[in-house]
Design a protein around this ligand. Structure first.
Ligand SMILES: [Zn+2]
Length: 470
């Protein structure tokens, strides 16, 4: 209930302060008034509905572009919009961030608290299952696009195959393929086939929204840590970045060939960055607590959610807190009620009893969970999930198309603002969300006549926000 009250109050505040989100229709219709002197062009613009291709660059850190030759991304930066980095959501994990991109909500409001978490009332564990009961605290944009009279296509975005509100979306990949996040064995569709699929969907006049998932940067950066000096790691990382760049270049060429460049907008955003982790920076939690007898479920090892047994919360917290105060402890610990507000993860019924936050680059192991085999013996990895204030957790953002300004770069963008940006372009009525339209106006061609600093409403500055991004 608290969550709904909070969302309602947020929406009320937005509508009182600026009407930015709720006045979306008014902003859209203003486009026509501004162009009133050129009626022919205006009619053409109305007839040709804008489309949006949303691409997830999983694990594509904000600085990956500079690590090798990337002609296609360079072109997007030059002719479109970009930011130095993205302020993503906590935990800096795949599912929470993907869901925030397509709903504009923080994890405490969309309910997908991590890649794995526990529903305390049923005792069930979420491990990526598409059952709608896990996902239905929010609705993604591709469903709303269908509900508002248009067609969507989604190629493997996390939650792509969830049956929200029993809506069947126009285009999904065949069931012969599994999602490429490797949570389930099966055949993964090649990125080339995914590109053909999305291009075909975009050619359908009725399709206005397409989402595409691309795992290459994430997969490689986990196995070949991005900041390592080892030649093999550097080479593999460069190959993955080039593959992403090739994909972007291919899409731009195909869109040009199909005469779609004047109606298709491309938004590319990563879900998180990556940091070097190693067996030399491990914390074994059973040195401090008996995880078998006191904790029902432990989620994660870079951000750790402890679901304790009734009556053992105090004991676990006190032991961890004491350990965290020791010299060289390398972690912080919070009871649910004390989790910092800016993490936006505490106000949900699924929130764990205790959150443990290791220093970036440290991992926390325990006897309770079956830890992945790569965390045994000596190992070097790339990983994510840590606090959003660690810059290595930040992903990249690029966008190009008729709705965007040219050669515009801003310091940062918030993941929760992407949803209202997309709703504006697609002329969709957005649901109440945590994004602020005023923060993304500077990226849009419709507001190009205004100086970026004049389109920003500083009253949106969040007092508790450690990374100001307006
Ligand atoms: Zn990811």
């Amino acid at each position: 209930m608290l969550v709904y009250i909070k969302i309602f109050l947020l929406a009320l505040l937005f509508s009182i302060v600026t009407c930015d989100t709720t006045n979306h229709t008014e902003n859209s219709s203003k486009k026509g008034n501004d162009n009133a002197e050129n009626e022919t062009n205006n009619t053409e613009t109305t007839a040709k509905k804008q489309k949006l291709l949303l691409i997830s660059l999983d694990g594509f850190r904000w600085d990956f572009q500079g690590k090798t030759h990337t002609p296609a991304l360079d072109k997007v930066v030059k002719e479109g919009v970009s930011t130095e980095f993205v302020v993503n959501v906590f935990p800096t994990s795949t599912i929470p961030n993907h869901q925030s991109i397509v709903t504009g909500l923080y994890p405490e409001n969309h309910g997908m608290l991590d890649n794995n978490f526990m529903d305390q009332s049923s005792g069930l564990i979420f491990k990526g299952q598409p059952d709608v009961e896990w996902w239905n605290e929010s609705i993604p944009i591709w469903i709303e696009n269908e509900q508002q009279g248009h067609k969507s296509g989604v190629a493997f975005w996390p939650g792509y195959n969830v049956k929200y509100d029993n809506v069947t979306i126009a285009h999904l990949p065949s069931d012969d393929y599994v999602a490429p996040y490797k949570w389930k064995d099966g055949k993964v569709m090649s990125i080339e086939d995914r590109l053909f699929l999305t291009m075909n969907w975009l050619k359908d006049d009725n399709v206005t929204f397409v989402a595409l998932y691309c795992e290459h940067a994430d997969e490689t950066a986990h196995n070949y840590p991005p900041d390592s000096n080892l030649t093999e790691n550097v080479d593999e990382m460069q190959k993955a970045i080039k593959k992403v760049d090739y994909m972007v270049g291919w899409l731009l060429k195909e869109l040009e060939k199909e005469n779609l460049l004047d109606i298709v907008n491309i938004v590319m955003i990563g879900d998180h960055g990556m940091i070097h982790t190693s067996h030399t920076r491990q914390i074994l939690i059973d040195d401090y607590i008996d995880s078998i007898s006191t904790v029902r479920y432990i989620g994660g090892f870079t951000n750790i959610f402890y679901y304790t047994y009734p009556n053992s919360t105090d004991e676990v917290y006190r032991s961890l807190k004491k350990a965290s105060e020791e010299e060289n402890s390398h972690f912080k610990v919070f009871r649910r009620i004390d989790i910092p507000e800016y993490l936006h993860v505490k106000n949900n019924k699924r929130t764990a009893d205790i959150l443990m936050l290791p220093d970036p680059g440290w991992v926390v192991l325990n006897k309770k969970s079956n830890m992945p085999p790569y965390l045994k013996g000596e190992w070097e990895r790339g990983d994510h999930g840590y606090d959003i204030t660690e810059r290595k957790m930040s992903p990249a953002f690029y966008a190009i198309g008729p709705s965007f300004r040219s050669s515009f770069r801003k310091r940062c963008i918030k993941t929760v603002d992407i949803y209202s940006l997309m709703c504006y372009i697609l002329d969709l009525k957005p649901h109440m969300n945590d994004g602020v339209f005023g923060r993304i106006k500077p990226f849009l061609q419709d507001f190009a006549s205004q100086r970026p600093e004049d389109t920003i409403n500083y009253s949106f500055a969040d007092e508790d926000d450690p990374i100001k991004c307006y």
